[in-house]
Design a protein around this ligand. Structure first.
Ligand code: HEM
Length: 370
């Protein structure tokens, strides 16, 4: 029953180890003025502090609706819950007079060439990322927040996902979990426990021409990316491996033997070992200067149901954090545009958000913005 303290310089749920269950819920803000927005952010902060710490739910008078949905029983366990609050570009329109405070790179997501964006699963004034050990905990938290913000928040869309938590092996080494295309995902991610690296890759530090309030926040890129798994499962293994640039079973790069071997591209300029248009080589060419495009990926696999044509609706709930949305997600996605993997994937939703800086006890999320 691990609890992540919600207070600190940064919000939880970014460099926090990824638990088994994740969900992104995007909302419209219904408040019409700054005072209403502040009320919303205060309630969110108070609910998140309770939900992530856990505790007993006091039921007052049975003539009233219960204080809590009750789905976890009267004792709410923290269950490694994190709730990460981020805001979309639309929050900085005329409603709250915050236009001048908009983070420098925050913008409305526009479609990339392979996208088929479904308007009902895109954008939002506010996103909440819920992560926990079990699904009951994330659903309980979502319902708690909806119940406590009547007239303030309207749910637009949500997407849930799961990922197996990989325990270190007996020799201390680790392997990455697999996505629904069967490949290990997360291998080359920057180390989330390396504070200095995270300071560069993930956190806004105030030196980038960002408004002062945004320091210690981060840009969140969310993409719901459908995988055409039936087609993938009928594709030769050697083609699958060439598409990613890694071996399926081990996760090793084509130029190595074990998962965490560094890929070598310098001695393979024509892509005879690792195809030039492979996913990993395009996403991170490892050339001088490309380290400024690093992003921290923290995705979940999703499985929703069945499409009208009888195909499985499953894929990747892609979530990435970066200190600069343009140098990060947008540049990497532009390099990936046209990659051979596109035959098997279709981005259908998501949005760009700015994750608010962390807060100290007694303060509320977004206080530096207001
Ligand atoms: C690496 C899968 C979408 C950025 C990888 C790897 C796999 C993978 C298997 C290799 C292992 C690893 O390092 O994690 C997928 C799938 C996707 C997808 C199935 C869609 C369904 C994206 C998107 C982006 C992205 C949308 C960003 C725009 C990266 C990056 C790497 C990577 C930066 C690491 C490359 C390196 O440093 O070597 N992905 N990915 N991926 N992917 Fe993706």
């Amino acid at each position: 029953f691990q609890a992540h303290d919600f207070h600190g310089a940064h919000q939880q749920g970014i460099t926090t180890p990824r638990p088994a269950v994740g969900m992104i819920a995007a909302f419209d803000v219904l408040s019409t003025d700054r005072a209403g927005l502040e009320r919303l952010l205060r309630i969110l902060s108070e609910r998140i502090a309770f939900l992530t710490r856990g505790g007993r739910v006091e039921q007052r008078d049975a003539r009233f609706p219960p204080t809590d949905s009750g789905i976890l029983g009267p004792q709410v366990a923290p269950d490694a819950l994190t709730i990460t609050v981020s805001v979309g570009a639309s929050l900085f329109d005329q409603r709250f007079g915050l236009a001048a405070a908009k983070p420098r790179h925050l913008q409305r997501m526009v479609a990339f060439p392979n996208d088929a964006l479904d308007a009902a699963r895109c954008h939002g004034d506010l996103s909440l990322q819920f992560c926990a050990n079990t699904e009951g905990t994330t659903i309980h938290a979502l319902r708690d927040i909806i119940k406590n913000t009547p007239g303030l928040l309207l749910l637009r869309w949500k997407q849930e996902g799961t990922v197996p938590v990989m325990a270190p092996k007996a020799d201390g080494s680790t392997e990455s979990a697999r996505n629904y295309l069967g490949f290990r995902d997360g291998t080359a991610n920057p180390q989330a426990d390396d504070r200095q690296l995270m300071q560069k890759v993930v956190w806004v530090d105030g030196s980038e021409g960002e408004p002062a309030w945004a320091r210690n926040g981060s840009y969140q890129a969310v993409r719901i990316i459908r995988n055409f798994v039936e087609r993938w499962d009928r594709t030769p293994l050697q083609e699958q491996e060439a598409i990613f640039g890694r071996r399926r079973d081990s996760g090793a790069p084509m130029s190595g033997t074990v998962e965490h071997d560094e890929p070598h591209y310098a001695d393979d300029p024509n892509g005879e070992i690792t195809a030039l248009d492979s996913h990993i080589r395009l996403a991170n060419p490892r050339t001088a200067g490309s380290e400024r495009n690093l992003i921290l990926r923290r995705p979940f696999n999703y499985s929703n149901g069945v499409e009208a044509n009888g195909q499985l609706d499953m894929g990747l709930l892609f979530i990435a954090y970066q200190a600069d949305l343009e140098a990060g997600f947008i540049s990497v996605q532009q390099r990936l545009d046209g990659e051979p993997l596109e035959e098997y994937i279709k981005p259908v939703g998501g949005g760009y958000f700015f994750t608010l800086p962390g807060i100290q006890q007694g303060d509320f999320l977004g206080s530096s913005l207001l």
